[in-house]
Design a protein around this ligand. Structure first.
Ligand SMILES: [Zn+2]
Ligand SMILES: [Zn+2]
Length: 152
């Protein structure tokens, strides 16, 4: 028992309209604030401007990600951008080890309604700190998943 815990906010906030998200030519683009990565933002901007790309309503939101190397959990902005060259999804890296982050489709209130993503159970994943399978999300309230280790 190492006491690991983390709060992850998932879903969308009041400001998260498709109009604002797709306004990539603004002076201070909202999408850049959400993804916090110039590289990802520039890719999305290029697809929106040059390939008729669009991030559609319900195909985005704050989501739970996990590093495939060190298992650390992250909150990141997920989106699906459809354009003439297909679907683009952001690829995030772990701050700790630079490993790739994998999106865990957990409790999606408004994303991909037609998709068949199964909600991920946190207990399937090892604790990033001690490696034991002791994590639990203590219930979803207002889009927040507090992950805590369970005492047994
Ligand atoms: Zn990592
Ligand atoms: Zn632990």
């Amino acid at each position: 028992m190492c006491g690991y815990s983390k709060n992850i906010n998932i879903g969308i906030g009041m400001m998260y309209s498709p109009e604002r998200i797709n306004s990539v030519n603004d002076e201070d683009p909202f999408l850049l604030q959400l993804v916090r990565s110039k590289k990802i933002f520039n890719k999305a901007k290029e697809l929106i401007n040059k390939q008729h790309g669009e991030i559609k309503w319900c195909h985005y939101g704050e989501t739970l990600y996990m590093c495939i190397k060190c298992n650390e959990f992250y909150q990141r902005f997920y989106f699906e951008l459809y354009s003439e060259v297909g679907k683009y999804e952001p690829e995030y890296k772990c701050w700790r080890c630079k490993g790739s982050l994998e999106v865990l489709h957990i409790e999606e209130p408004c994303m991909s309604p037609e998709s068949d993503h199964e909600g991920a159970a946190i207990s399937k994943y090892p604790c990033p700190k001690c490696g034991k399978y002791t994590l639990t999300n203590s219930g979803l309230s207002n889009g927040i998943i507090p992950m805590i280790e369970r005492w047994d």
